[in-house]
Design a protein around this ligand. Structure first.
Ligand SMILES: [Mn+2]
Length: 364
């Protein structure tokens, strides 16, 4: 899947230059203060709206969740009638942000009633990642805007016209930080903790900062608002269960290597997740672990997602991009971190993907 995927592995370079012509893209180089004018349109929409619904992609991650929760705290301070509605429940590792007290889950209540002047969707610009909630948002919200740092897909759906897409930002949290500043909402501990979660998660502890000190600058300010960084880091990247470690031991012993250990492929079965009592989200960091292997230039993880259905995660390093492959199978993401949901026979899907990746490796 495109976006939640990409969030775990933000790339260091700017995104695909072929998207430069996209009217939604705002390439915003420069100092923090210079970039605020790009936010003006969204700011006006927010100021005008009385009721606002916030959401993010399904199987949310720390970036999308932190961004929407930070914005919900900020909008409440502006006396807006705010509601956060996500497609599905929040993965375990993010529960320290008390999502269940703050978010309604559409999956648990598909008949839920709401109406809003404005809907802001964070950390994706692909409405398919919000289905079936998106149909309901379209029916009940006067205007919808995506606020996102992923490139717009070449062949996928376009974001709505009022959307703000900034592929220079290392996280959606960075965009929301700017929005909150532009709205004139004073920073407080709740907002800071959520934004710190966003920025820290998507930069993977300040590893993927897109050649910019901005993530650090924002973090430095947020930490003056009584955020406990070790606590956030522990929740996001530590706190593994014994089951998770046993799962990793098994999964890592089953890696298949290709092309002189430049490509790795791994399958995660639903039965494994069940056996070790893991949520699907907990298989996600396995592929990032793989990418720490010195020789690897690309990796593909196949996670069973129902009968003959797989979540494919792709990673790459350096010159090699994987987002075009992800797009070709109905997904998307960033250049070095992308994914898709696919249906079909495992061996066939895997063979096709390996073939494409090997051809790409040939070319670099
Ligand atoms: Mn993100």
């Amino acid at each position: 899947m495109a976006t939640s995927e990409a969030c775990t592995y933000a790339m260091q370079q700017n995104s695909l230059s072929s998207h430069d012509s996209c009217p939604f893209l705002r390439h915003t180089k420069g100092e923090l203060s210079d970039r605020n004018d790009f936010l003006e349109k969204i700011i006006q929409l927010i100021k005008k709206a009385k009721t606002i619904v916030l959401s993010t992609h399904r199987q949310c991650d720390g970036d999308g969740l932190g961004a929407e929760l930070a914005m919900s705290y900020a909008l409440k301070k502006l006396n807006k009638d705010v509601r956060v509605i996500n497609v599905d429940p929040t993965p375990r590792k993010y529960r320290f942000l008390n999502p269940d007290q703050l978010i309604s889950y559409f999956e648990n209540d598909p008949q839920m009633e709401f109406k809003a002047d404005l809907c802001l969707i964070f950390d994706t610009n692909d409405w398919r990642l919000l289905e079936p909630l998106y149909a309901s948002l379209k029916a009940h919200c006067l205007q919808i805007a995506f606020i996102d740092h992923h490139p717009v897909l070449k062949k996928g759906p376009l974001p709505t016209e009022s959307s703000l897409i900034d592929t220079d930002c290392a996280s959606t949290g960075e965009m929301v930080y700017r929005l909150i500043k532009a709205l004139g909402v004073p920073m407080d501990r709740d907002i800071a903790r959520c934004l710190y979660t966003s920025v820290t998660f998507d930069t993977q502890l300040y590893r993927y900062i897109r050649n910019s000190p901005v993530s650090h600058q924002i973090a430095a300010e947020l930490l003056t608002h009584d955020v406990n960084p070790e606590e956030v880091h522990r929740h996001l990247f530590g706190d593994q269960t014994i089951g998770k470690i046993a799962f990793l031991a098994q999964a890592l012993s089953e890696i298949e290597y290709f092309s002189k250990e430049r490509l790795a492929v791994l399958k995660v079965r639903s039965a494994d997740l069940l056996q070790y009592q893991l949520e699907p989200d907990e298989a996600r960091d396995v592929i990032d672990m793989l990418m720490n292997i010195e020789t690897l230039e690309a990796a593909a993880l196949f996670r069973e997602d129902g009968p003959s259905a797989f979540k494919v995660s792709l990673r790459s390093k350096g010159q090699l991009e994987v987002v075009s492959l992800a797009e070709s199978i109905g997904g998307g993401g960033h250049a070095h971190a992308a994914g898709a949901f696919v249906k079909g026979d495992y061996t066939q899907i895997k063979d096709n993907i390996v073939k494409v990746l090997l051809a790409k490796l040939e070319k670099i």
